[in-house]
Design a protein around this ligand. Structure first.
Ligand code: PLP
Length: 270
């Protein structure tokens, strides 16, 4: 079984964060490893409190883990603070170091970065001063998966038009150095349309993917699940466009079957 590692915040409801990531990994046939960047106090209505992990412990967890176990893909979610983001960046260098008994660089492990800024209730999940580090981390990403508000905040682009969304995706790829950007359109009114921007040589190519909006109100943790599903498929060795298509199908089906475990939001069912 391939291994995927999630570096994310804990959500005690199990609907988002590390708990959701690991469930998605397993349901897609991947063993899930996880390093917690923050504890949250939350229910299905809102995030009540955020307690970032000790940055040094995040670094040590990653270093110890990565010396022992080589993941086939990594997903990065909530990073909480600038110090944690820095330590994640440092620890990921372990992935590029030559393996014992070899001088050759190992193959690059694909990294999916979900640039989580805030929860749906508006609670900040990363401090503002860490945004620059998050932008810097993008050069490590095989794909970044911002939603529309995150794409706007991290690029300064006005994402209210199709051209604006393409401009924001281009900033992720051309300026920040991500291999690709999937800008998720769910926050716009009307039928959701996602944009996948892929680096192709010196240019960026765009693929718009639409779908009907599935009625039924708020569902918790869809962004976490989508990025984890992409990481799971990449861990299986899928090419990026195939991984993204499979992950979108997975999340669509899980939205259609969503279940109410808590009082205030439904969860994906898969
Ligand atoms: N808690 C954690 C740890 C998360 O990573 C996220 C989203 O990324 C959330 C909560 C918020 O989920 P939602 O946007 O569904 O409120």
């Amino acid at each position: 079984m391939p291994v995927a590692l999630t570096i994310a915040g804990s959500d005690p409801t199990g609907g988002a964060g590390l708990q959701a990531d690991v469930q998605v990994f397993r349901s897609l046939g991947v063993h899930g490893a996880g390093v917690v960047t923050a504890l949250t106090v939350q229910d299905t209505a809102k995030v009540h409190q955020v307690l970032p992990s000790f940055p040094s412990v995040v670094l040590e967890q990653l270093r110890v883990l990565l010396r022992d176990m080589r993941p086939d893909a990594v997903k990065i979610g909530m990073l909480a603070t600038d110090d944690i983001a820095l330590n994640v960046e440092l620890a990921l260098e372990t992935l590029d170091a030559p393996l014992p008994d070899s001088v050759a660089r190992p193959p690059r492990v694909p990294i999916v970065i979900d640039p989580v800024l805030a929860a749906s209730d508006g609670t900040e999940l990363i401090e503002r001063r860490a945004w620059a580090r998050l932008q810097d981390l993008m050069r490590r990403a095989a794909v970044a998966t911002p939603n529309l508000p995150e794409a706007a905040a991290l690029t300064g682009c006005d994402v209210s038009s199709e051209e604006g969304v393409q401009a924001a995706a281009t900033v992720f790829v051309s300026d920040y150095g991500a291999g690709a950007a999937l800008v998720k359109g769910g926050h716009a009114d009307g039928p959701p349309r996602d944009l996948l921007a892929l680096r192709q040589g010196a240019t960026v190519v765009f693929e718009w993917q639409g779908g009907e909006r599935i009625p039924g109100g708020r569902i918790h943790g869809t962004g976490c699940a989508l990025s984890s599903a992409i990481a799971a498929r990449l861990a299986h060795g899928d090419e990026l466009r195939i991984a993204v298509a499979a992950a979108r199908d997975f999340v669509r089906q899980a939205i259609a079957r969503a279940e109410a475990f808590g009082k205030q939001a439904r969860f994906l069912a898969y």
